[in-house]
Design a binder for this molecule. Structure first.
Ligand code: ATP
Length: 852
């Protein structure tokens, strides 16, 4: 062991607060870390990737009640032990935690706490330097005597141990070679002592004091051994060591010393574990591996780092549902009812899901393509997955794949790694406890790639029915049969899903909702759910449909209903406060009724059926009067509207047109702005455009320049060469969002036509379509989502490419009824539909004349 005098610790140490015993310099302790504070410290200071960093940490005994481990830092013990973490083992059982093996280096005292979060860091002073006591000549003699006495007892204790002669000789050698000043700490942590006694030794900064305090502990241990030797009959040779130590500790009767019992308990646990392994229904291969590991475990001393690792492994193997499954309930009629009850609209998706289940029912197995629901956030993809599990009577487990960029997240770490754990699939199986759950692989489009491998490749094995009956997680290292698991995937877009993965799935598009559908979903599902979650009843709150529409149009802008749900939640919270306050007031007024004999409800007028929340008098309402959420209440709770209808305001100048864009979050309307200035024919494009979009802008300008005469378009100096002495700037808000694709072509042409003609584009029109240099309009994708976005924004006329006409069929009739569609085959038709009264040389001249 290094002498503590040779160690130099940093002046700032991260602090690990431990309830599990007291670490003394020179000794090693295993401690379990599960509080958020300590977990954070381990992750950021000790683990970097999968390797252990040799960082010195400060271990402080936490004497506060473990149950009170909250956010606030407990008062810190002033003295601690600087330590090195020798091993970190991660486990998820029974909850996520790390087991640390730490070796104490030297004492330190806390001078000042520098920060508390996410884990405490303190400025410290190193204690335990050799010079601290050798520089005290007057004490040297006493110390020499004390240390001699201490040494004598230590030798006596070692020789009394019932061990073989070479083992005793080895221990003696160790005693002789260790620096004397290290002995009190080391022996205190070996012999039977309570935590309180260890804490006193830790606090004994002076060596003299430490020797003085440890000698009685040694004597006590020696006496205990003597007593034992008198009473004990020798047993078989190989039991010697265990027998020698265990009864001694019991005889000592030291209160609070639980370690020995723990050791015994542990032994019993291992026996139980072996029994469980033998009786479990695991595969033959797994059983063989487990029995081999069990054999190793039994031979390992508990203090060995591998012990915890092997035990965790075996516990997981026993827990896994090798053969446990739920019985399927494949009843299509019930499935239809359940899907309809849980979800409004989504007809296409529900139909496909029912077909899928019907085929499974007829074939009597659930093998088949993996369904992948693709659509904007909040349209109920996850929720349909949950309903499928419910209809089948299966367990449901969601595996979030967003941001996962490490293969081992799917397939686990090899057990040789520090902190190794099984992957998410095996973890999920352990959580649900059956081998045939519905696994929802959420956000497969957001899987990443990194140096740690491609998780999509690992998923391929999981999803392939030919391979997944023998899926091998690196941590388990034996095959597990995943063929009974029903996998469903969700994604916002297919564009970023690895092609090989996409090939294994059947994509079902889930489009965004219309306003009417959202209102229905809100009133049938979201509001009742929110009321229940907030302990409210329909007698206490009333949200009319106009209010829901207001929330949809002015407080949210989304394809799904997640924000709407959140806003409804905010309303329910605000109402819950009012109702609770009202009840409080009522009980108060009830009390005053008794005392004063006056009925406070008399003050409420007879015809006051409902009241707005912003009206303070509503607090006096009887409970049966629902709080009405009207526009004013909405403003009170949610603040001023976030999205006002700004369309006409933004189109009040020439050079602005509305395009329709598709994003993974659904369709969106997009304002394209253009301005011109004196210059030398430069085109500036801003708004983070991709190459294809930039090319569309060049195409649009070229087409307009070549048709300038036809439409009587001139630049500021009256020339038909639009770029002559003129620069053009095109901007696509929002500037921070990357955009690409050819579908903005028609919008750019319209925007520039407006700029050069000086005419305003109709404020109710939005458009989408790719253009060619010859002025043709080519079809584009995402029509349904784009149309819904235009409808949400209150626009009335939509210009789409002629060849996209077929895509309109999938759009709800009520949406189509609200809109006028213009099918454009060429740019002539686009411009004619985008400007009031059409767009031609004649209209251009008329416009000019009207201005003169
Ligand atoms: N058609 C619907 N009927 C009833 N509730 C719905 C419907 N669509 C969505 N919801 C509700 O909206 C909420 C959000 O849905 P969910 O989490 O399933 O969305 P998602 O499409 O999976 O989103 P993400 O892509 O972000 O995971 C849920 O509470 C769900 O019950």
């Amino acid at each position: 062991m290094a002498s503590s005098s040779a160690i130099q610790i940093p002046s700032r140490l991260p602090l690990l607060l431990t309830h599990e015993g007291v670490l003394l310099p020179g000794s090693t302790m295993r401690t379990s870390v599960d509080s958020p504070r300590n977990m954070q410290l381990v992750r950021s200071r000790l683990l970097k990737g999968t390797s252990l960093k040799s960082t010195i940490i400060g271990v402080i005994p936490n004497t506060s009640d473990p149950a009170s481990d909250g956010d606030d830092l407990p008062s810190l013990h002033r003295i601690g032990t600087a330590a090195l973490a020798v091993q970190v083992v991660g486990s998820n059982w029974p909850k996520p935690h790390y087991t640390l093996l730490v070796t104490g280096l030297c004492r330190f005292q806390i001078l000042q706490l520098l920060k508390e979060k996410p884990y405490p860091v303190a400025e410290v002073e190193q204690l335990d330097r050799l010079e601290d006591f050798t520089r005290r000549p007057q004490a040297e003699e006493d110390l020499g005597e004390l240390s001699e006495q201490f040494y004598k007892y230590a030798v006596q204790l070692v020789e009394m141990l019932d061990m073989s002669v070479p083992a005793v000789a080895k221990l003696r050698r160790l005693l002789d070679n260790l620096p004397r000043e290290a002995l009190p700490d080391i022996l205190t942590s070996i012999i039977r002592t309570t935590n309180q006694e260890k804490l006193q030794i830790l606090d004994a900064v002076s060596l003299e004091e430490r020797f003085k305090m440890t000698i009685p502990l040694l004597v006590r241990q020696i006496e205990g051994l003597k007593l034992l030797q008198k009473t004990r009959k020798p047993k078989q040779d190989d039991d010697k060591r265990v027998v020698a130590i265990r009864p001694i500790r019991r005889l000592n009767h030291i209160p609070g010393a639980a370690e020995e019992e723990e050791e015994e308990e542990d032994h019993d646990d291992v026996v139980m574990l072996e029994k469980k392994i033998r009786t479990s229904s695991m595969s033959e291969q797994a059983l063989k591996v487990c029995l081999k590991e069990m054999k190793r475990l039994k031979k390992m001393p508990q203090s060995m780092p591998e012990y915890a690792l092997t035990r965790n492994y075996l516990e997981l193997m026993v827990e896994l549902p090798w053969n446990k499954s739920t019985k399927d309930r494949l009843d299509i009629r019930a499935a239809r009812i359940l899907l309809d009850n849980d979800h409004y609209a989504m007809e296409k998706l529900k139909k496909r899901v029912l077909e899928y289940l019907a085929v499974r029912q007829l074939k009597n197995n659930l093998k088949g393509p993996i369904l992948c629901f693709v659509g904007p956030p909040g349209v109920g993809k996850t929720s349909v997955g949950r309903s499928i599990a419910k209809t089948l009577g299966r367990e449901f487990h969601r595996i979030a794949l967003g941001g996962v960029c490490d293969q081992s997240d799917i397939r686990g770490h090899r057990r040789t790694y520090v902190g190794s754990m099984p992957g998410r699939i095996i973890n999920g199986l352990k959580t649900v406890g059956v081998n045939n759950p519905v696994f929802l692989l959420d956000e497969v489009d957001k899987l990443g790639k990194s140096l740690q491998g491609d998780p999509a490749a690992a998923l391929l094995e999981v999803l392939d029915p030919e391979q997944n009956h023998s899926f091998t997680d690196h941590y388990l290292n034996v095959a597990f049969d995943l063929s009974q698991v029903l996998f469903i995937a969700t994604a916002n877009t297919t564009a970023t899903i690895a092609p090989a993965l996409l090939d294994r799935m059947e994509v079902i598009q889930v489009p965004g909702y219309t306003q009417e559908e959202k209102i229905e979903i809100a009133h049938r599902h979201l509001i009742p759910k929110q009321l229940e979650q907030h302990g409210l009843t329909p007698q206490q709150i009333q949200i009319p449909q106009v209010t829901t529409l207001d929330i949809i149009t002015r407080y949210t802008r989304e394809a799904g209903v997640r924000s709407l749900d959140r806003k409804l939640g905010a309303i329910c919270r605000a109402v819950a406060v009012k109702v609770a306050e009202g009840q409080h007031k009522e009980t108060k007024s009830d009390r005053s009724e008794v005392t004063e004999g006056e009925d406070s409800r008399d003050h409420v007028t007879e015809d006051a059926k409902t009241e707005s929340i912003n009206d303070t008098t509503d607090l006096a309402l009887p409970p049966e009067m629902p709080i009405l959420i009207d526009f004013h209440a909405l403003k009170d709770i949610l603040g001023p509207p976030m999205y006002e209808m700004e369309v006409s305001e933004r189109l009040s100048q020439p050079g602005v047109a509305i395009g329709l864009a598709w994003t993974p979050l659904g369709g969106e309307i997009m304002f394209v702005e253009a301005s011109r200035m004196d210059g030398d024919g430069q085109l500036t494009l801003t708004g983070q455009l991709g190459d294809v979009m930039k090319e569309s802008a060049h195409l649009a300008i070229s087409w307009l320049r070549s048709n300038a005469k036809k439409y009587q378009l001139t630049n500021a100096s009256g020339s038909f060469d639009l770029l002559d002495n003129t620069d053009i700037h095109l901007h696509f808000p929002a500037g921070a969002v990357t955009k690409d694709g050819p579908s903005a072509g028609v919008t750019i042409v319209t925007c520039l036509a407006s700029l050069f003609s000086g005419r305003l584009v109709r404020s109710d029109v939005a458009m989408t379509g790719e253009i060619t240099l010859r002025g043709l309009v080519l079809p584009v994708g995402g029509i349904k989502d784009k149309v819904l976005a235009a409808h949400r924004a209150g626009l009335k006329r939509i210009i789409i490419p002629q060849r996209n006409e077929k895509d309109l069929e999938g759009i709800a009739v009520n949406v189509r009824q609200d809109l006028t569609f213009v099918m454009a085959g060429c740019l002539d038709e686009v411009l004619n539909a985008a400007f009031d009264g059409g767009f031609s040389a004649k209209t251009a001249l008329e416009h000019l004349n009207s201005k003169l």
